[in-house]
Design a protein around this ligand. Structure first.
Ligand code: AOS
Ligand code: ZN
Ligand code: ZN
Length: 424
């Protein structure tokens, strides 16, 4: 289904009075409001194809209704999200879950909806029915060269699909690791991974990047071969300038200072981008900003400061992507909430009084430094985000419009109550 612009405008009109009051009140205190709005309007976050259906746990999966049954329907769902918020103009595909049988028609469907294709993701964490060798004991790090070759080949194939769709990056997450002490030779596993990645790297087109994701545990629980940013950084440095580290927010042990990691990777030109989500314990993939919104803001503070220091363009010089799994919420609502949370954190980071913060840091004025950050964080910037959405042709309040016009009910009518999207 598609959401007509007229419906969005009508609803914006209904909300206009209150919104205008709130926006003007906020705008009066923001220096350079036009520039802040311009940046917010340019900012887009890619939607992962695997998050449009209901996720599950190892104990079970409780499907929602009207889930997309095909790649075309996944693209249609991203079209809905983007029509509502005007901040989600791309989709990230996972192969083989999303093999485009006809790349030309998939591409034209996406562009009709104003969408393009973000990074393509390989999958060597599951065995496919027609596959010769199993990934039970890993893929790119495997002790058997034949298994490694198969996994390398798969990644090269993913690049080929991505080229057809005009993607510009391959995102690699490995489940490779070990469950028990003694199971693996760590150096051997790392070397094998490096050699395998080198073969994949050599197949990258000139204008492509490879993004290397790290994760401390799960599905392996003793060691992960690319377990933290140091290991990912080591690999991406050895590989070369087309390789960089992908930070998935859920892939950190409790209380890790993620913003410091981000700052240093950025300084080294090795921050590929993000998989945004949130986590409370070791649970990967909760809605962005649902648990630690202050941490998200602190990450954006480092991003804005670090990108400005390198003269980078916020909207396009880093890969912005959600990686989430929605077990109990409507996936589209959850994704709308996630993008909203990201834009709020970004807006708050944009309004930090940067010069005052630099002065406080130079004078070791710790109390004032904290005041400056929290002044921005405690500002309710939602009217700013809403105004940016409205000016881009989106809704002032995407989730309430999604409910008001019964999008899910319509999707259930079109697709049925018991549909299951490919993915996890
Ligand atoms: C897994 O935990 C990772 O976050 C990956 O990015 C993975 O590829 C994605 O979640 C789809 O399975
Ligand atoms: Zn991820
Ligand atoms: Zn993850």
């Amino acid at each position: 289904m598609q959401i007509e612009k007229q419906i969005i405008d009508e609803y914006n009109h209904q909300l206009a009075g209150k919104h205008q009051r709130n926006f003007e009140h906020l705008a009066a205190d923001i220096a350079d409001i036009d520039n802040v709005l311009k940046k917010l309007m340019a900012f887009n976050v890619a939607i992962p194809s695997w998050a449009l259906g209901t996720g599950g746990t190892r104990f079970g999966r409780f499907s929602g209704g009207g889930e997309p049954r095909s790649l075309e329907e996944k693209i249609a769902d991203v079209g809905v999200i983007n029509a509502l918020n005007r901040s989600s103009n791309s989709i990230s595909l996972h192969i083989p879950w999303d093999i485009p049988d006809n790349a030309a028609s998939i591409k034209s469907l996406a562009s009709e909806l104003g969408l393009h294709f973000d990074a393509v993701n390989s999958n060597t964490f599951q065995d496919q029915p027609d596959q010769k060798h199993s990934y039970k004991f890993g893929s790119l790090h495997h002790v058997d060269k034949e298994v490694r070759k198969q996994a390398i080949q798969h990644n090269i194939e993913v690049i080929k699909y991505g080229v057809q769709l005009n993607s510009k990056a391959l995102s690699v997450w490995l489940a490779d690791g070990s469950n028990f002490p003694g199971q693996l030779n760590f150096r051997g596993a790392f070397q094998n991974t490096l050699e395998s990645l080198e073969e994949i790297y050599n197949e990258l087109p000139d204008d492509w990047k490879i993004w290397i994701e790290y994760k401390p545990f799960e599905p392996n629980f003793y060691s992960t071969t690319i377990g933290d940013w140091g290991q990912s950084y080591l690999l991406s440095s050895k590989l070369g300038s087309k390789a960089a580290t992908l930070v998935d927010l859920g892939h950190h042990l409790p209380n890790t200072n993620i913003e410091q990691i981000v700052s240093l990777l950025l300084m080294e030109g090795k921050l590929a981008g993000f998989h945004f989500n949130d986590s409370k314990y070791g649970d990967d993939d909760l809605t962005v900003g649902s648990i630690s919104p202050y941490q998200l803001f602190l990450i954006f503070n480092e991003l804005v400061e670090g990108m400005d220091a390198r003269g980078m363009t916020h909207a396009t010089d880093i890969g912005w992507m959600i990686d989430a799994s929605h077990n109990v919420k409507d996936p589209i609502e959850d994704l709308l909430q996630s993008v909203q949370a990201i834009k709020i954190a970004y807006a708050q980071a944009l309004i930090i009084d940067k010069q005052a913060l630099v002065n406080a840091q130079q004078n070791n004025d710790v109390a004032i430094a904290q005041e400056i950050l929290q002044q921005a964080y405690r500002t309710d910037v939602r009217p700013l985000v809403a105004e940016a959405s409205k000016r881009s042709g989106g809704s002032i309040d995407p989730i309430s419009l999604f409910r008001k016009i019964n999008v899910r009910e319509q999707l259930i009518k079109e697709r049925g109550l018991k549909t299951v999207a490919t993915g996890l």
